[in-house]
Design a protein around this ligand. Structure first.
Ligand code: CO
Length: 134
């Protein structure tokens, strides 16, 4: 059902520092900083040959990243995103297998303008999984 790894998202407490770390220490090419107010995050993208890393920083008062950073002061891996061809059939398949989807079970439009769902981390080895229809 799942296809390519689309991205790994890392929540960071200091975006400038994280960008400098990836650019200057690891030698990666980092995008411009982008505010995504609808998602409550400011992001910078790192394009690797085979996938992307997204640095996530809280934006606004109700950012989904804030509570994560409160628990993980140094930042940490927030979620991984796998591609699927058909998000509704992936959802139905997972629900039939007793897996839990966060929120309403209906896909929302993710940070890349495509339909996404998030799967309950307790059902997946403690990892928050995002599914994105590509
Ligand atoms: Co994501």
């Amino acid at each position: 059902m799942i296809g390519k790894l689309n991205h790994i998202a890392i929540a960071v407490p200091d975006l400038d520092k994280a960008i400098a770390l990836y650019r200057d220490v690891l030698g990666a090419i980092v995008s411009e900083v982008v505010d995504l107010p609808g998602h409550g995050v400011t992001v910078a993208f790192i394009n690797l040959p085979n996938t992307k890393i997204e640095l996530l920083y809280p934006l606004g008062d109700s950012s989904p990243i804030t509570s994560y950073l409160n628990k993980n002061n140094a930042g940490g891996m927030h979620h991984i995103c796998y591609e699927v061809d058909d998000i509704l059939s992936a959802r139905d398949n997972l629900l039939n297998k007793g897996m839990r989807i966060l929120g309403s079970n209906e896909p929302s439009i993710g940070a890349h303008g495509k339909p996404v769902l998030f799967l309950h981390p307790k059902d997946f080895c403690g990892t928050l999984i995002e599914l994105e229809q590509v």
